[in-house]
Write a protein that binds this ligand. Structure first.
Ligand code: NOJ
Length: 765
């Protein structure tokens, strides 16, 4: 590992000093521009090596977002770059660095084909927005779109033109660390969010240098890793694949996403990187997707470890046949594809098709017209970290917060009081940045302490209680929350006794979720539960703020703590947004995009489950032989769609009527409390008897509405065949006659219900 880093450093030092002009200026330095009429014309000029080169993506030399190569291949990168054998780089960032590498591609290679620069812009670039799961809790598509747009603007100002986002993997298992990167458990909400993110990143014009090409990942089934252990096997039935896993990916295609990434997992015995049915048949065939597919980091090579390929060459063969167009960091295409073509194992048409998809993207990004169009030092200086970005991140942070419970109206803080703010996250400036923040500067989040101290009327005291044992400064480092040092607990308890109220800020460190951060426990890590109970014993007047990248088991807190706020990892503006909520300047409106469990043993847990033949709502709960646990309820502690407000909402006048295309469901929502507030009205259906068992509830519509105190609005949802049907195991779509429950409400667990009888003959054409 050490040797590789030295080699890499030498290579990049040479790359910078030998290949680039001393002074960076904001002007193009193309000396060998590509002479071509269009992509087809360019393809005719390219050798087989050059086409394969386009299919090769290397990591840069600064950030690492996957295992480093074990052999000396890293040193070859520079040589291959000069020979035109690289189509894209990832993790090269900053106008100066991007320009230096681009200059090699443009000025020193035979055809001067520019590179695309990819990066994981997952929740912001340097200005960090809330983790995607948190943003999803806003149920606010315009806000999510704007957040992606701002991230694109900042990243593109840094020379980048491609983000590996959005991750649209549905997951039902909070143990899986990457739930933080997705939109939660529901395919309908997940699809809407996927489309919003794609549109936000890409804008209307991909060649606009304030936008990025997006990437729908990981195609497919990565979120169904067995046991929630990252990279693990997934087994997915045809019906679940088509109804749950694929819809967000299809939504990305419909939204015009430029690229796809496959994944590390195998699905039903076949690694998805080599999955012909997924990539060639469904994505590029059935859905008519014309963009390119990049592999995940080393995932072509990993097909050997899966047991799907005997060696690199076979792995390359299987990946290219399956439709993987670009090899991220396996170094396999560049080494073996030419031989595979010469041996007649890979048709030249497949290479042309892959190279064409990649070149088309370069064309759409405007890179042929100006390879340096993303490299503007002035724009970089003006845009990165600007107030516009910070304000947008703060607004997104406010909207992402979910008020889980608020008994006795513990929030907002009303009177001037003495308040002790206790917990390892109180003064934390790193953890709220979350897991994917490679370009984010360490310790730049506004802490809760910083946010609250602006409110001078309260007598604040801030204590950690238990410390974070490590303060990681690198994406790859692990962190822990104190597991054995109890010294701070006594001090926290003493202070809690003196004050009117306690606010506790507990949860996971930002690096305890994310890639390769799976957990077997969903408890508050380290000594935090002990701290919570010790403080509660002396002062139960507690507001609990939970920071985490996943749903945690908050059952003890739910029983004992009157007010609980789910604050995720909210990014750069975390402390400011939370302070506004705590002090009542913003009324929280988030709703959970994932079920919160009563116990880790319930995993996987999701609201849209199947009824079983022995459903849990059995009329006689004393009977043994029904689908349940003997030691815990089946239901979620806080269900999907749940979220409270400082005001209250009531639902009335629920009607379902038939029209030409299907049905209209209408309901009146009233703000019956004292504050203005936003409510997310949710529409669910249940197909009561179908040829494939349908879930007990499926989200099929939602609307977020601002209501002034005392105001009412009628919300109407349309239910057509698109909402009422489902896919079978083979992927055929059906809409069947019979009874449907139609449900509306402010949470999946709190709905008004009506039953309709669908009969094809009664529907007018
Ligand atoms: C591996 C991750 O699975 C993927 O999501 C990411 O985009 C790549 N590494 C590149 O960093």
């Amino acid at each position: 590992m050490g040797r590789i880093i030295i080699l890499s450093a030498l290579a990049i030092a040479c790359l910078i000093s030998c290949g680039a002009p001393k002074k960076i200026e904001n002007k193009n330095t193309i000396t060998s521009p590509v002479k071509y009429k269009n992509v087809e014309d360019l393809l005719k000029k390219m050798t087989l090596d050059e086409k394969i080169g386009q299919m090769n993506q290397y990591n840069g030399f600064w950030n690492v977002t996957g295992p480093s190569p074990k052999d000396g291949d890293a040193a070859k990168k520079y040589e291959n770059l000069r020979s035109g054998l690289v189509g894209s780089m990832l993790n090269v960032r900053g106008v100066e660095q991007v320009r230096k590498v681009q200059e090699i591609a443009v000025n020193e290679t035979r055809l001067g084909i520019p590179l695309i620069f990819g990066f994981d812009v997952i929740h912001g670039y340097q200005t960090i927005s809330p983790i995607p799961l948190a943003e999803s809790a806003s149920w606010d598509m315009e806000a999510i779109k704007l957040s992606a747009k701002m991230a694109a603007k900042e990243a593109a100002a840094s020379g980048l033109n491609w983000t590996f986002a959005p991750m649209v993997d549905i997951s039902r298992d909070a143990r899986w660390g990457r739930v933080m990167e997705g939109a939660g458990e529901d395919p309908y909400l997940g699809s809407a969010i996927a489309a919003a993110r794609v549109k936000g990143f890409q804008g209307d014009d991909l060649s606009d240098p304030s936008t990025l090409a997006a990437c729908a990942k990981h195609f497919a089934g990565y979120g169904f890793a067995e046991g929630g252990r990252d990279y693990n096997t997934s087994v997915i039935s045809g019906e679940i694949l088509h109804n749950v896993v694929l819809p967000p990916f299809k939504a990305c295609v419909d939204a015009g996403v430029s690229t796809f990434m496959n994944g590390f997992n195998e699905m039903n015995g076949v690694p998805v990187t080599g999955h012909i049915k997924l990539q060639r048949e469904i994505l590029k065939g059935l859905w008519g997707y014309e963009g390119m597919i990049v592999s995940d980091w080393g995932s072509i090579g990993e097909m050997k470890a899966h047991g799907f390929a005997a060696d690199d060459k076979e792995a390359g063969l299987k990946a290219v046949l399956a439709g993987s167009d670009m090899d991220m960091e396996s170094y396999i295409y560049v080494k073996h594809l030419k031989t595979l073509v010469e041996e007649g194992k890979v048709d030249m048409a497949l290479i042309d098709d892959a190279a064409r998809r990649i070149l088309n993207l370069k064309q759409e990004l405007g890179l042929f017209e100006d390879p340096f169009k993303y490299c503007d030092l002035n724009r970089e200086a003006q845009v990165i970290g600007s107030d516009e970005l910070k304000m947008a991140a703060r607004d997104m942070a406010r909207k992402s917060v979910v008020l889980l419970k608020n008994e006795n109206a513990g929030l907002p803080i009303k009177d001037k009081k003495s308040i002790a703010v206790i917990g390892p996250h109180v003064s934390e400036k790193n953890s709220p940045l979350g897991s994917w923040r490679i370009a984010g500067k360490d310790n730049t989040a506004i802490s809760v302490e910083e946010g609250l101290t602006k409110y001078k009327d309260v007598d604040w005291s801030f204590l950690q209680g238990v410390q974070l044992t490590t303060a990681p400064t690198n994406f790859v480092f692990e962190t822990k929350i104190n597991e054995d040092d109890r010294t701070g607990i006594d001090e926290a308890v003493a202070k809690a006794k003196e004050v009117d109220q306690v606010i506790m800020v507990l949860g996971e460190h930002g690096f305890q979720s994310g890639e390769a951060r799976s957990r077997t426990s969903l408890d508050l890590p380290g000594l935090q539960q002990e701290l919570l109970e010790a403080v509660h014993a002396v002062n139960p007047n507690i507001v609990l703020i939970v920071m985490s990248g996943r749903p945690l088991d908050l059952s003890w807190a739910d029983e004992n703590i009157p007010t609980i706020v789910q604050a995720w990892h909210l990014g750069t503006e975390s402390g400011n947004a939370l302070a506004e909520i705590i002090m009542g300047e913003y009324n929280p409106s988030g709703k959970l995009p994932m079920s919160f469990p009563r116990s880790v043993g319930q995993m996987p847990l999701y609201y849209n489950y199947k009824n079983t033949g022995r459903p849990s709502q059995h009329p006689d709960p004393n009977l043994v032989f029904w689908s349940h646990y003997i030691d815990e309820e089946n239901s979620a502690l806080y269900p999907f769609g749940h979220g409270e407000s400082y005001t209250s909402f009531e639902y009335s006048n629920f009607t379902v009527s038939q029209n030409n295309t299907g049905y209209l469901a209408s309901v009146t929502v009233s703000n019956t409390g004292q504050m203005d507030g936003e409510e997310v009205t949710q529409l669910y259906i249940r197909d009561l008897a179908a040829s494939i068992n349908r879930p007990v509830q499926e989200l099929k519509g939602f609307e977020k509405t601002m209501l002034k105190s005392g105001e009412s609005k009628t919300i109407t949802f349309s239910l057509t065949d698109k909402e009422l049907g489902f896919y079978d195991n083979e992927g055929n779509y059906h809409v069947e006659d019979g009874e449907f429950d139609i449900m509306v409400g402010g949470s999946s667990a709190k709905v008004l219900k009506k039953t309709i009888e669908r009969a094809t003959t009664s529907l007018k054409p």
